[in-house]
Design a protein around this ligand. Structure first.
Ligand code: PMV
Length: 327
């Protein structure tokens, strides 16, 4: 969901904001790169806002990391700087007299879509400031332009998921909303260590190129579990969904994208009564996602995971969009 908060004529006729939320991959990380389907959930509890306002002078960015002209911004702000420049270009606006402020944050490098969410909020916020509507395709293209700077080539899954209002299925660039019969509650637990998506994607590509240990078979196995998971969500079969998560974690381990911390958190979650657990996102750090038996037990599971080593934990529910809108 990228909510355009609108302009504030009473304060400043040239001020507008938009927000975007985090995402979590439920199934299909890595295999999605090779055309397999993936399932991602919006995480509305973790969000940020980009506010665009007129300020004479060079284009500026204000954030917890840096405030000043984007021309002088540190390299790590390359992705937001790209989102600003590309959006102004798409709207045929001069690159001047604009300040973009980012409030709130989504932990970076944890597979939660922070870079895509920043780019989403920036482009929607600038469009609202310019009084223009951003069509879905242009919005996606602008987020992907920033993602290319942040991560190299990205499948587009994050760019779609951070603007979704409901669980989505993503395959080969196409996105659709997934029906969910019974709300399912998950705990996302953070190892506290940034993930290494780029390296992990490169490692899988290398394994595939050599095709040692039947890597194609592993990708096919993840794809089959993802398809099964779609049916489980549609049928409300949470025990089956959980078993698939744990099986996929094993397959991701075989792809060499897990690590000890992720494995430990998965084991803790399973020991604490989760119906299933797996790493989420690129891996080699970042987070796991565990399926709780119920909404009430999710709180307990999150508390236990933070006691036994998670740096942080968040609860997210997969359910049909409450406002009835499509992803
Ligand atoms: O680490 P994240 O959340 O950006 O997810 C990466 C997902 C991959 O499938 C590994 C790569 C991609 O571009 O889809």
């Amino acid at each position: 969901m990228t909510r355009t908060l609108g302009r504030s004529p009473l304060l400043d006729s040239r001020l507008a904001s938009a927000s975007a939320h985090a995402k979590v991959i439920l199934f299909g990380e890595h295999s999605v790169v090779y055309g397999a389907p993936a399932i991602a959930l919006p995480v509305p509890g973790l969000s940020l806002t980009a506010s665009a306002r007129t300020l004479p002078g060079p284009v500026r960015i204000e954030s917890a990391l840096y405030s000043g002209p984007i021309a002088d911004a540190p390299a790590r702000l390359g992705a937001p700087a790209t989102a600003i420049a590309e959006t102004l270009d798409a709207l045929h606006r001069p690159a001047a007299d604009l300040t973009v402020r980012i409030d709130g944050s989504i932990p970076a490098g944890r597979g939660l879509g922070s870079s895509a969410a920043v780019a989403s909020a920036i482009s929607a916020g600038i469009a609202a400031w310019a009084g223009e509507a951003l069509d879905e395709q242009t919005h996606f293209r602008l987020i992907q332009a920033a993602e290319a700077v942040a991560h190299g080539s990205a499948s587009g899954l994050d760019a779609r998921a951070v603007v979704a209002d409901a669980p989505i299925r993503f395959r080969a660039g196409r996105v659709q909303t997934l029906p969910v019969a019974v709300p399912a509650t998950f705990v996302i637990a953070d190892t506290g260590v940034p993930g290494a998506t780029r390296e992990a994607v490169a490692a899988v590509a290398e394994l595939l190129a050599r095709d040692e240990s039947g890597v194609h078979g592993i990708i096919d196995g993840i794809a089959a579990e993802t398809q099964g998971a779609e049916q489980d969500l549609a049928a409300g079969d949470t025990p089956s969904l959980g078993r698939r998560m744990t099986r996929v974690h094993e397959l991701l381990r075989e792809l060499t994208v897990s690590n000890e911390r992720l494995d430990r958190l998965v084991d803790s979650a399973l020991g604490d009564g989760a119906l299933g657990a797996k790493l989420t996102g690129g891996g080699r750090g970042g987070c796991i996602i565990a399926l709780a038996e119920s909404a009430a037990s999710a709180e307990l599971l999150a508390a236990r995971l933070t006691r036994t080593g998670a740096a942080n934990a968040w609860i997210v529910t997969a359910e049909d969009s409450t406002d009835g809108s499509a992803a």
